[in-house]
Write a protein that binds this ligand. Structure first.
Ligand code: FES
Length: 109
């Protein structure tokens, strides 16, 4: 399968570990990720560090489909990683997510 070429699925947490419209931090192999549970019960993952300065996004606030950075209130669309305006101008990297048997898996690379 080609799957191994583009990354591996990593078991990150239980689906119920993340409240609806919330985010948690996930660390794997020296990388920090943020995993989100949207109001419609879908899950997303992005880089866990803000692209502006060093801030842990999981310490920020989730509003609908946005994450607000705790440091300078920069906002990103966590579904696409898109930076939504000053002070953030560099998009966040996003990662595929799947939920199986009540576990959340993130495809890291
Ligand atoms: Fe995130 Fe500045 S560190 S907005």
């Amino acid at each position: 399968m080609n799957d191994t070429i583009t990354g591996e699925w990593v078991d990150a947490c239980a689906a119920e570990d993340i409240d609806e419209e919330d985010v948690i931090r996930f660390d794997h192999a020296g990388q920090t990720y943020a995993i989100y549970r949207a109001p419609d019960d879908t899950y997303y993952a992005t880089d866990g560090i803000c692209t502006h300065e060093h801030a842990i996004l999981a310490d920020g606030l989730v509003m609908d489909d946005m994450i607000e950075c705790p440091k300078h209130n920069g906002r990103f669309d966590y579904r696409t990683g898109k930076a939504l305006g000053a002070p953030v101008c560099i998009d966040l990297k996003t990662f595929p997510v799947k939920v199986e048997s009540g576990r959340v898996f993130v495809r890291v690379n």
